[in-house]
Ligand binder design. Structure first.
Ligand code: PEP
Ligand code: MN
Length: 288
């Protein structure tokens, strides 16, 4: 593995646990389930999502306010207004929040308002962004690049770690291949390999991997069986109306059903799904 020093595990027992809030930790026995829409669209939308997920074992809310869109003419995210929505929902519902950071300039305001900063696939090798995130005291959710090798992925994590931030969670979200029936190809071999090579928590995003809502549940189950430490899944109050990634969004009802259905499977691989509502709480000191 090139010259990774900090990301690689020294023994098969070494496992880093990353605490997001008093009740939520990546890399422990309990799987961390993150749910929410691709894009933050309105306060009402995020409140509906939070209300519904609050009655489920989903422990973290997702929603993009800066969106890396293929077309410059597609909706680019609500920006500052979206940060405000995330921040309000976060404190009203006491649920930790993760959102994508696309540039160094966005780090400060996002870090002040959310619990975890996501580096999207398209930025996995934006080395200046990785270095800057290395200097932030916030957990980072690092997604694998669309065509990144496992080694490149580990080295991207190494950038953040080597600049001083030890809180990195890896996310396998599918890689490009020749078949476009599914959006990407979920690389479960990478999940198993990363669990062996590194000591960092590894989660899976079945939504972007497969791109079709009817295929999300089987991949989520496969990810748990393969040893993932958690899942990040897109869901929306009106999935077909999602402003981005509508085809892969689950309804909130299906999201809750899916997470509940993972319970017996998690038990088989020695893991647990959270029990629900009471787990929602933020770190005592608030953000930053
Ligand atoms: C997302 O999480 O909405 C996203 C854009 O993911 P990725 O970077 O994996 O495409
Ligand atoms: Mn998306």
């Amino acid at each position: 593995m090139l010259n990774a020093k900090l990301a690689v595990a020294n023994s098969s027992e070494q496992q880093t646990v990353i605490q997001l809030s008093p009740a939520v930790a990546f890399g422990g026995k309990e799987l961390v389930i993150i749910g929410g829409p691709c894009t933050v669209e309105s306060q009402q939308q995020m409140e509906t999502v939070a209300t519904m997920l609050k009655a489920s074992p989903v422990q973290v809310l997702r929603g993009g306010v800066y969106k890396p869109r293929t077309s410059p003419y597609s909706f680019q995210g609500l920006g500052i207004e979206g940060i405000e929505i995330l921040s309000q929902v976060r404190s009203r519902y006491k649920i930790p929040v993760v959102t994508e950071v696309m540039s160094i300039a966005q780090i400060e305001s996002l870090a002040a308002s959310v619990d975890m900063l996501q580096v999207g696939s398209r930025n996995m090798q934006n080395f200046d962004l990785l270095k800057a995130l290395g200097k932030v005291k916030k957990p980072v959710l690092l997604k694998r690049g669309l065509a990144a090798t496992i080694e490149e992925f580990v080295m991207a994590a190494e950038y953040i770690l080597s600049y001083g931030n030890s809180q990195v969670v890896l996310c396998e979200r599918g890689i490009r291949s020749f078949d476009n029936y599914t959006r990407n190809v979920l690389d479960l071999g990478a999940v198993a390999a990363l669990k062996q090579i590194t000591h960092l928590p590894v989660i899976v995003d079945p939504s972007h991997a497969v791109g079709k809502r009817e295929l999300v549940a089987p991949l989520a189950k496969a990810a748990v069986a393969a040893g993932a430490d958690g899942l990040i899944i897109e869901c929306h109050p009106e999935p077909e109306k999602s402003v981005s990634d509508a085809r892969q969004a689950l309804s909130l009802e299906d999201m809750v059903k899916l997470v509940d259905s993972l319970r017996p499977l998690a038990a088989v691989v020695g893991r647990k799904i959270a029990s629900g509502v009471s787990l929602w709480q933020l770190a005592g000191t608030g953000v930053c």
